[in-house]
Design a protein around this ligand. Structure first.
Ligand code: ACO
Ligand code: OAA
Length: 369
């Protein structure tokens, strides 16, 4: 039996959902190129594509978006729990708690049929913005911002976080970031969700496990860590110095490197870099763009490493006025569509995940009598 640390290059599932075609620099989502989807479609349309396997007609999009918007209300107990959690709770932990509580409210909890799983997925996708925004506000002893009926899914999501009606450009960029995060083949969190659902566990359990995985700094938690590093530096010169110092100490720089892209730029990072350029030009404020470009150059020169999505999503979120500890929950919220598609696929064609080990421990020890 062959052992590959980190399961590098091990094929863990057969799927029709997505594939990283690194050679051709394409992230294939149900047959489409993710970057093209991000430039031409809305998050709601790509979520529909993931769940239904095809892009929606205009009528289907409107119905689906209305369905999501109609699910925004949460059971009262969630608001109550969020307001009672220790104020130091990270919103990712509140989010995990929220998903666990919702499980108890689902009459179809143990139904793994495709239809029941789709119903759960739509409920969760609709509720996700409310969970994020309300948990953040309640943890910070602020009023919860009620949804605005007249806004699109993404505009309302941003509004419930910031309390400000976003401009058209802000909505477009936020929506694009959600598409960038929506699905990415077999990252650690998706693998976790598939492993959990392979025991016939329910979709909520699989997603709660995925939240835990995605919170880590080597995965989704990197977007927050990037922004804290930029904030700590404040200027381009300090950022360059800080990166060099960390590299000299053999520390990792968050937002760089990727198991699959290795020494190539993540196509989604370029998408978000363009968004940062747009926001910077529109505001006449190039500070974050200059800092990030300086970091990108140093990492390429010193380590031959390129930015991943988290590196450029972080300053984009900062410029959109989003609190830093919501960056990773937003990543998860966007990823919900992809994760649900994977749980559905796993449940529809299941075999229990149960790998083996390469044992390096002791043998033949005798118990002392
Ligand atoms: C949207 C996402 O979730 S993308 C991932 C977000 N995560 C990050 O940005 C965290 C920073 N990046 C990393 O830690 C890594 O690049 C990972 C975890 C993403 C991928 O790691 P792996 O494929 O396991 O590569 P591995 O950890 O073996 O690293 C290979 C080499 O590159 C170095 N390296 C990889 N990434 C970085 C980095 N960001 N900074 C400095 N060095 C790095 C490692 O130190 C290692 O060097 P060595 O061979 O001299 O020991
Ligand atoms: O693919 C990965 O390993 C991590 C990643 O970029 C993602 O989940 O978007």
């Amino acid at each position: 039996m062959e052992f590959r640390p980190g399961l590098e290059n091990v094929v863990a599932a057969e799927t029709t959902i997505s594939f990283l075609d690194v050679e051709n620099e394409e992230i294939v989502i149900r047959g489409y190129d993710l970057i093209e989807l991000a430039e031409t479609k809305s998050y709601v349309e790509v979520a529909f594509l993931l769940l239904e396997g095809k892009l929606p007609s205009e009528q289907e999009r409107a119905r689906f978006e209305n369905e999501l918007l109609a699910k925004r209300e949460l059971p009262d107990v969630l608001y109550d729990v969020f307001s009672k959690l220790p104020k130091t709770t990270h919103p990712m932990d509140a989010l995990r708690t929220g998903i666990s509580i919702l499980a108890g409210f689902d009459p179809l909890i143990d139904d793994r049929s495709e239809q029941a799983n789709k119903t759960k997925s739509i409920n969760l996708l609709g509720q996700m913005p409310s969970i994020l925004a309300s948990s953040y506000h309640l943890l910070n002893q602020q009023e919860v911002i009620p949804p605005d009926e007249n806004l699109s899914y993404s505009a309302n999501f941003l509004y419930m976080i910031t309390g400000k009606k976003p401009t058209e450009l802000e909505t477009k960029i936020f929506d694009r970031s959600l598409i960038a995060y929506i699905e990415h083949e077999m990252p650690n969190s998706t693998f976790a969700a598939r492993v959990i659902s392979s025991t016939h566990a329910d979709l909520y359990g699989a997603l709660a496990g995925a939240v835990s995985s995605l919170k880590g700094h080597l995965h989704g938690g990197a977007n927050e860590a990037v922004m804290y590093l930029i904030e700590e530096a404040g200027t381009k010169e300090n950022f360059e110095r800080l990166i060099k110092q960390k590299l000299a100490n053999k520390e990792r720089i968050m937002g760089f490197g990727h198991r699959v892209y290795m020494k190539k730029m993540d196509p989604r990072a370029l998408l978000m870099k363009k968004a940062l350029q747009q926001l910077s030009e529109q505001r006449g404020d190039f500070r974050l763009l200059e800092i990030c470009e300086a970091g990108e150059t140093i990492m390429r020169e010193e380590k031959g490493l390129y930015p991943n999505l988290d590196y450029y999503a972080a300053p984009v979120y900062y410029m959109l006025g989003i609190p830093i500890d919501l960056y990773t929950p937003i990543f998860f919220s966007a990823r919900t569509a992809g994760l649900c598609a994977h749980v559905i696929e796993q449940h529809n064609n299941n075999r229990l995940f149960r790998p083996r080990v390469k044992y390096t421990g002791k043998r033949s020890l005798k118990v002392q009598q």
